[in-house]
Design a protein around this ligand. Sequence first.
Ligand SMILES: Cc1cc2nc3c(=O)[nH]c(=O)nc-3n(C[C@H](O)[C@H](O)[C@H](O)COP(=O)(O)OP(=O)(O)OC[C@H]3O[C@@H](n4cnc5c(N)ncnc54)[C@H](O)[C@@H]3O)c2cc1C
Length: 404
Amino acid sequence: MRGGTVAVVGGSIAGCAFASAAVRAGAGEVVVLERTGGRLADRGVGLCVHDDRAAELVAAGALPPGIPAHRLERRRWVVRDASAGAGGRLIWEQPFPFHSYHWGLLWRGLREAVPGAVDYRQGVAVAGVEGAGDGVDVRFADGDTARFDLVVGADGYRSVVREAVSPGAAPDYAGYVCWRGNFDAGLLDGLEGAPSHPGSVTTVCFPGGSCVIYRIPGPAGPRVNWVLYAAPPAGGGLRFDDPTSFPPGALGEELSGHLRALLEREFPEYWGRALALTAPADTFVQPIYDLVTEPAATGRLLLAGDAASVVRPHNTSGAAKALQDATAFGAAWGRAGSWEELVAGYWAARGGAGRDLVALARRLGRAQVERTPQWAEMSAADVARWWEEQLAGAPGIGGQAMSS
Ligand SMILES: Cc1cc2nc3c(=O)[nH]c(=O)nc-3n(C[C@H](O)[C@H](O)[C@H](O)COP(=O)(O)OP(=O)(O)OC[C@H]3O[C@@H](n4cnc5c(N)ncnc54)[C@H](O)[C@@H]3O)c2cc1C
């Protein structure tokens, strides 16, 4: 099947990858409709991709080579224990074959790989879409409409395209949030205590939460990225229906005071001091959600990346899954004789992955935040067993192999 018009709503990780895949598959005209008018590359947070997933994605052409990435090797689980030193006590260590990325640099690499034939429009908000006969009508926020042969909803966890695919489906709040931040890795040089190996991921474990800390590349040198999961302060009227409710530098005293208290009370001294190096302008809060959309594709409409399934971040699989979705889309296009066959083939290939990843990440979130064990009293063998229970037969975190 060649030719036709494709609109991709959202120009982030999934959106760039789908636009590239559509051109490679033979689309006649591809338009990306991205709401953000400013610089997307400024969304500077860290994420990790499993080495096996990255290798598959590079081979499939979905992950352009040469994007700056930092090699990670080991994950160290530590608890606060003054008698063990400022860095805390190591309770378990496991291999961690991932590379970390700076979101903005990853996006830039994907954006630069989008073929010049794609019409990538910024500052264009889509208000809704409607499948109608032999096309899909896209309604813009300014009231205009346009018709396409196929629409891809790559518009993230609060997708507007989702309503047309699976009416009423909405992410569920997991009952906890994450504080996220990053700072110049050079600042650690001035910190006395427990220097961490640059290839180590440290997970600080405490009652009611955990915090993952690792290095990422940055536009101006390496940075330390951290994600601290815990319940938000009780009361106070905080609302969690919008992940940008607490953007960088705008946490307010309730959320920043709670973060300070967690660092002082629960963290090994070194890690508490390290995270306190984060500037308020580089600290923000995101509520944690999950959602499986069933189905995530119908007629001439399909959902991609976070629009299709919202996986709690403990699984470190979101970016890899979005790129795998695009790879499966390209393969389904190659087999299809019509738009409807393409959409059905895509859903047949990707539906199961969303379900499995959400289920695994829920188990990880329950074990590492909602119902934390008595970490400080566990042996390394206990922690290893506890980890296997969370996996429940899954081979590991970081997403699934493309072939499974
Ligand atoms: C705390 C945390 C840690 C994470 N860590 C990892 C990790 O280690 N590894 C990993 O792989 N993943 C991680 N993820 C997940 C990862 O960031 C996402 O899964 C990935 O970015 C999905 O990209 P996406 O393109 O589907 O959605 P998004 O990046 O959300 O992009 C959606 C795009 O659509 C645009 N848009 C939205 N609505 C409209 C509209 N109406 N009209 C036009 N445009 C619109 C938005 O502006 C945005 O650019 C993490 C997520 C969180 C929250």
